[in-house]
Design a protein around this ligand. Sequence first.
Ligand code: HEC
Ligand code: HEC
Length: 491
Amino acid sequence: MVVVYAVAAALSLSTSLLGGPQYGGRQSEDSQSGGGQNGGNGGPQSSTTTARDPGVRSDAVTVGNPVSGIAGDQLEYFNEGLVRFMEVDSVSGSLPGEPGVGLGPGFNSNSCGNCHAQPGPGGSSPSLNDYPHIGSNPQIAVANADQGTNRIPFFVTPDGPVREARFPFMVSPSGALTQVPDGGVHDLFTIQGRNDALGCQMAQPNFAQMQQLGNLIFRIPTPVFGAGLIENIPDATILANMNTSAQLKQALGITGHPNYSGNDGTITRFGWKAQNKSLEIFAGEAYNVEQGVTNELFPDERGAPPSCMINKTPEDSTNFNQSGVQFPSDLVEFAAFMRFLAPPAPSAAGIPGNPSPRTIQQGQQAFLQAHCDLCHTPAMQTGSSALATGLSQQNAALYSDLLVHNMGSNLADNVSQGAAGADEFRTAPLWGVGQRIFFLHDGRATPANGGLLRAIEAHSGPGSEANGVISLFNNLTNQQQQDLLFFLRSL
Ligand code: HEC
Ligand code: HEC
């Protein structure tokens, strides 16, 4: 069922503005109808389409390499960063196979690499059922490692995505929902009961209660491939791109704006709400929030009762007794690994259904014809980098404008972060979606419910800036929609 939103105004504009055959080049001979039929007749006809997400592309996994032009010390830092990114933490650091120090007292998992895993280190949620079959949700095994006593929350399942939880609002001591914003991450698990945390008493949050109160939202991991390029796109480039196609954006109801750092006023770009400034800050935050490891950027334990203050803080720090690549803290090394990590390479090989190169090309045309590119900017140029030629003046094909957009009440999570409001999200970069399994900020689009197609349909809802574009998508022929999905699987 499709609800017709207020896009009539946009749709009654001339077809040349809104993506008739004139826009984006000639249409291919075998797509039967096109944007030219959109004019004037009032929004989506129907969401019933025969198009299907072909599923995860199964060509060779090529992610995990550094960008070009790094060698010597930088390559050494990249490699050491990868080792630390994959390292598993325990509380003491002395358990077999878990040499990292400082897990907990609250945590969502015990290694950067187990959440950022698909299709390789740095990616997103893995799955046992989809290529390259990395394994089921790692949070299940991590929860009760080393005699931990955690219960698995209902929203974490073996074949579902890795998830973290936020509570949009505070709950009063009597258990009533208030309108006071919370918005923070509430870790799923605690170290209580573990054999390296004797004496720690700390209960898990009551997720069932929060679910009952309608006060529970989720986030899944965003991949970090090409993150060094994203970090190196100048603010001016993001702003100039925001100001392109102004008339068309206005006609379709697309606005969008940057999120900004409260510290220095520059544009922030990382995370589902573009809430974080840099890879180093994200690494420091993730180390403490996801794994409970205090560090030089975030030195305080989160919500720890005295019984669970087991280690000296910060648990990760500069290694003053070491030299060379061993000297910096983990968080500096994590950032080096992520910054030098190459972007995903597009490919037409291995897409289920074997679309021809021409099909992929037609899918790209359909993507442009529906004007997905007004938010999912195909590429932006990086600035000059002092760190690596591979980060300098590169055409970063990220498919994002790095702005936050109002995505309407269906996707809204009622969490504000910086200038990103309750219903706003960063245009998710689409590079790498060809080998992704779970989509949207909370992972609601899965292989079981339509995958990429479900993600696209979820863009529309009351108040969403994407409604006009989704109407155009719904007006594509089934064949064009299918080609578009094949195109996305080539990214
Ligand atoms: C429990 C799973 C989990 C673990 C462990 C984890 N992350 Fe993440 N990561 C996430 C989630 C979820 C997000 C999205 C958070 C958001 O935007 O609200 C994310 C986002 C990121 C991003 C933002 C990328 C972008 O472009 O948006 C970076 C960088 C990152 N993580 C780095 C790390 C590092 C470094 C570590 C290890 C210290 C780590 N993460 C550990 C789940 C995890
Ligand atoms: C108004 C801006 C806007 C338009 C127009 C738009 N998108 Fe998006 N897109 C977003 C935002 C924002 C998200 C993240 C939403 C969320 O996670 O809740 C997103 C997410 C996605 C995702 C999921 C990616 C991921 O990492 O989970 C896909 C796939 C996608 N868009 C494809 C499309 C296609 C195809 C079109 C055109 C039919 C389109 N989008 C039009 C803003 C837009």
